[in-house]
Design a binder for this molecule. Structure first.
Ligand code: MN
Length: 173
């Protein structure tokens, strides 16, 4: 059985950039739903890192939803050491975030590649996006589904992306 991991920080730890209400909705409802649906589809349980490669699109989507959000919370943890990124990488990540149409994720890999994945795909399962051979190791990701920002930012995706950078880059939040 798959379980929802608790957030590695408190719900209000990302205030004022990401508000506690959004974190409750995002983690307790949306992330929980991916876990619940994955349990319905794969009641025997299994290895999440294998299920994100499933040929069954529904399983792939739900496993990706669980996996991606686990990473997102890990990367957002304010206890992390701040990343040192050059402005070009930040600008590319921001531009790809603002250019994404519909739901998806933006990723930064350990090779400093910036990748976009649709829906709940992970960069691990979209090798054509990358010139490098697998496996890719994400060191940062940003959820650009509306549920990630709509309560606080409504349609102001740019403000959400700017707030994200404040969280990731500012020392001692
Ligand atoms: Mn999400």
């Amino acid at each position: 059985m798959f379980l929802l991991d608790p957030l590695p920080f408190s719900y209000d730890a990302l205030e004022p950039y990401i508000d506690a209400e959004t974190m409750h909705l995002h983690h307790d409802k949306h992330h929980q739903t991916y876990v619940d649906k994955l349990n319905e589809l794969v009641p025997q349980g299994g290895d999440l890192e294998k299920l994100i490669f499933s040929d069954n699109q529904k399983i792939k989507n739900m496993a990706g939803g669980v996996y991606n959000h686990n990473l997102f919370w890990k990367f957002l943890d304010p206890k992390n050491e701040k990343l040192k990124l050059d402005q070009k990488t930040i600008d590319e990540f921001t531009a790809k975030s603002l250019a994404l149409f519909g739901s998806g994720w933006i990723w930064l890999t350990d090779k400093f590649e910036v990748l976009t994945t649709p829906n709940q795909d992970t960069p691990l399962i979209t090798p054509p996006l990358s010139p490098n051979p697998l496996p890719l190791t994400p060191i940062l990701c940003l959820d650009l589904c509306e549920h990630a920002y709509y309560l606080k930012y409504q349609n102001r995706k740019k403000d959400y992306v700017e707030a994200f950078w404040k969280l990731i880059l500012s020392p001692n939040l």
